[in-house]
Write a protein of this length. Sequence first.
Length: 251
Amino acid sequence: MNILALTHIRRVFADDSKNQVPALKDISLTVDKGEYVAIMGESGAGKTTLLNIIATLDKATSGNIMLNGVDLNKLPEKQTAKFRREHLGFVFQNFNLLDTFNNRDNIFLPLVLAKTKYTVMQQRLQPLAKQLEIGDLLERYPYEISGGQKQRVAAARALITQPDLVLADEPTGALDSHNTEKLLQLFEKVNLQGQTILMVTHSAAAASHSKRTLFIKDGQIYHEIFKGDHSRAEYLQKIMTSLAALTSKER
């Protein structure tokens, strides 16, 4: 069952009618409930623009984008923040944690904004804290913990709302190899539990943890591959081969 469907999405940035820059030319794709999809492409290919449109942080110039039956392009401005809190979870490269809040309150923030009862927040946090190994970090502040720990706290904040879709924008970009692997293993684990994930990444190794990889070039989907029954090593090789082909086409 499709949880996300994009049809002929275009995004044009323009200073005036004569200076138009098409960031996305024609993007159509679907994501099924429970999928784990990676999006790859060169810088400037349109990956982040696409993610921002799905995240309701930007609007498409034309086309339709449906999330669980809701047309995001037609969502009234006053409802977008509420919709974002209730249906989407975010994991960013730079963590986006507030240093004035301890880690527990950072995790609780989207639920506080949604006026969720404190008992419910606590009930949701307990299994997440155990799974993410952050129980001893909750009373500390973001500036007191490492990058890998910050990203696990950020992941808890994304997952605690029980979102329809988790959007991850270069989530391993600021992490060392050890913490990168821990975060990607976490994504795999929550995906196996049914969480749908859409991740933008420059890393072929990160993409190899997904079930499907889309390649974007010049604002359009250039190619896609599926993991299927392949091992991670075989899937990684397919991703690297596709990236090499993408790069050679640009020369």
